[in-house]
Design a protein around this ligand. Structure first.
Ligand SMILES: Nc1ncnc2c1ncn2[C@@H]1O[C@H](COP(=O)(O)OP(=O)(O)O)[C@@H](O)[C@H]1O
Ligand SMILES: [Mg+2]
Length: 270
């Protein structure tokens, strides 16, 4: 994806749905090889951001109103969604969407449609998916609708991997899953990244996402409120209180001021 070292660069992006402003001047970068997470509550604009990158906003009645999205230094503003896939970017939409009446095998096959690469590339993508998710090999002839929620999420991720993306966009993969299954999905995302795929992960589950990510952005009503290295975000008391639901037991202690690390390395972006 070019030699810039940046898989994805979003600059001053604003987007909305008719009169609804969903994103305001959002900027973020995803370096090649990294996991970057975008955190935020319901309605913060996370899905809108991914749709702007995959150029699928129009399917939802939305549009980019200003700003740019660039892949490997090249703006993708004029590309159709299938060209974005061909450029190596695949999105796993929210709600683990699988073709319920189709077999697991056929769901995976559908994921390879329109992808770059030949038959050999598809065969090796399928091997990779079966190694990551052995259950998808075991259940290959079953209808996808018969899988558990966690298995359907695996299938949704596996389907995206069939196109051998360089950049994988994941929309709340842990949503609605039991903690153990969410942890398994997290392990797999780490492994997918270790195999060389860059990941942009949007999540409400900040604790899970911050364990995976190199860098994090926090979206609040369509704007980037905070950004920084994930480890620093996870360690900051303020972030722990506001986004991780951690009660600060030391707050009343006399030495609390000393114990509070300043948000060093943090960019308060507004
Ligand atoms: N298809 C749509 N039509 C109209 N408004 C939408 C649509 N999708 C999302 N929105 C609105 O855009 C804002 C951002 O939504 P979204 O990107 O889905 O947030 P998140 O994924 O963080 O929950 C919200 O105010 C939401 O109501
Ligand atoms: Mg969403």
């Amino acid at each position: 994806m070019g030699g810039t070292g940046l898989a994805l660069e979003v600059t001053d992006l604003s987007a909305g749905y008719g009169p609804v402003h969903a994103l305001r001047r959002v900027s973020l970068t995803v370096p090649e090889g990294s996991v970057v997470t975008v955190l935020g509550g319901n309605g913060a604009g996370k899905s809108t951001l991914l749709r702007a990158v995959s150029r699928t906003l129009s399917f939802h009645g939305g549009a980019v109103t200003s700003g740019t999205v660039a892949l490997g230094g090249r703006p993708i503003g004029g590309l159709t969604p299938d060209r974005v896939v061909a450029a190596g970017v695949c999105q796993v939409p929210e709600g683990r969407q699988v073709f319920a009446r189709m077999t697991v095998e056929d769901n995976l096959r559908a994921g390879a449609l329109g992808a770059r690469g030949d038959r050999k590339a598809r065969a090796s993508a399928l091997r990779r998916v079966h190694e990551l998710f052995p259950v998808l090999a075991d259940r290959s002839r079953q209808r996808a609708g018969l899988l558990s929620g966690g298995e359907q999420q695996m299938l949704a991720v596996g389907r995206a991997l069939m196109a051998s993306p360089r950049l994988l966009l994941l929309d709340e993969p842990s949503l609605g899953l039991a903690p153990l299954m969410a942890a398994r999905i997290a392990d797999t995302i780490r492994e997918i990244n270790a195999q060389g795929t860059t990941v942009l992960l949007v999540e409400q589950n900040a604790a899970l996402a911050l364990r995976l990510a190199d860098r994090a952005y926090v979206l609040e009503v369509g704007e980037v409120a905070l950004s920084g290295p994930a480890a620093e975000l996870a360690a900051s008391d303020e972030v722990r209180r506001r986004y991780l639901g951690v009660v600060d037991e030391d707050a009343a202690a006399p030495d609390a001021v000393v114990a509070h690390p300043v948000l060093s390395g943090w960019e308060e972006t507004r």
